[in-house]
Write a protein that binds this ligand. Structure first.
Ligand code: HEC
Length: 145
């Protein structure tokens, strides 16, 4: 078989191109995607708007599920943070969905991440679901290469 070097070059360079694009999609909740400050603001929102149903410690209430722990993390594992953000934004607080501002939704999400023991970082969580798509919810810390 005759090897086409042009073909090889095209394949190799497109592979390099794809590799160069990769980092944007590989961020996860383990990469410090919110700040301590933001989680503190989110805690205030949570206590006012969510705790009555989901419990002071996020362990769930009579009808509302927990927002921390194994079952909660399994529900969201492998999805993007925008899915969780949109879920909160469009359906919560259940008594009056869509009542909170984008900033409050992002802050409360930062608080949830904090309680679920994902590390804080230097930049605040985005307020746009478009941008949150690039952050993956990973229940288990990925092994570093
Ligand atoms: C009036 C009670 C009530 C309030 C207030 C409330 N929730 Fe909920 N929440 C529920 C119930 C009930 C469910 C499960 C049924 C459903 O999916 O709607 C739920 C489900 C959820 C889920 C999905 C959990 C999962 O594992 O899939 C999230 C996330 C959530 N709530 C976040 C919030 C946040 C954040 C707030 C505050 C901004 C909030 N909720 C306020 C009752 C409430």
């Amino acid at each position: 078989m005759k090897i086409s070097w042009l073909g090889v070059a095209v394949i190799v360079s497109s592979f390099c191109f794809l590799r160069a694009q990769a980092p944007a999609e590989t961020r996860s909740v383990w990469d410090g995607v919110y700040t301590e400050e933001q989680a503190k603001r989110g805690e205030e929102v949570y206590q006012k708007e969510c705790a009555a149903c989901h419990g002071d410690m996020l362990t769930g209430g009579e009808s509302a599920p927990p927002l921390t722990g194994g079952a909660f993390q399994a529900n969201w594992n492998g999805l993007s943070l925008s899915d969780l953000f949109d879920r909160i934004r469009k359906t919560m607080p259940q008594s009056k969905p869509g009542r909170l501002t984008r900033q409050q939704d992002a802050d409360v999400l930062a608080f949830l991440l904090n309680i679920n023991k994902f590390p804080a970082g230097k930049t605040e969580l985005y307020r746009q679901s478009e941008m949150l798509k690039e952050i993956r919810f990973e229940a288990k810390k990925p092994a570093k290469n």
